[in-house]
Design a protein. Sequence first.
Length: 201
Amino acid sequence: MKAVRRIVSVAVLLPLAYVTGSIAQTWLVGRADDARAVDAIVVMGAAQYDGRPSKQLQSRLDHVVTLWEAGWAPLVVTTGGSQPGDRFTEAQSSATYLVEAGLPADAIDQRALGATTRQSLVAVREVLRERGANRVLIVTDPFHALRSRTIARELGLEAWTSSTPSSLVHGWQNVRFHLREGVGVAIGRIIGFERLERLSE
């Protein structure tokens, strides 16, 4: 019976430790700034309202401006599609905001394809391949940083993250998002993020 209890304990504790580790890594990666010289800064999309970024998206874009001004990359890639009935895409809204903030329009590539993180990063990979480039610095909210980086690396990109320091996600919502993302990363690493995306549809 002792042997059975040990086997059961290991069967329970190992997966729990694995998921807990992924949640902890989600928290740590979201608070680490890995800004460095890359081929492109990639901003992950979020909601927009008739061409104007939501406050969440604006916080990401403001951080992109800071990174651009620091000279970390010659190109910014905006991502994100649209919802039914929208006149503008998240990528369009982001690009317009960045130009108004002083970035040159010819330094911005809009990739409005995809409704998920993985689909957006597949589109990013294609634009970089067209340019013979591969290194990206991903800008998003802290809770989303590890999943974005992990998917980008799964797609063959050399990816790092620099999360916005002005995220609007706080309190219990922030905890809940980190838990959800950590579990998602744990599962995605086992079955692959493409398969996880299909199962989530």
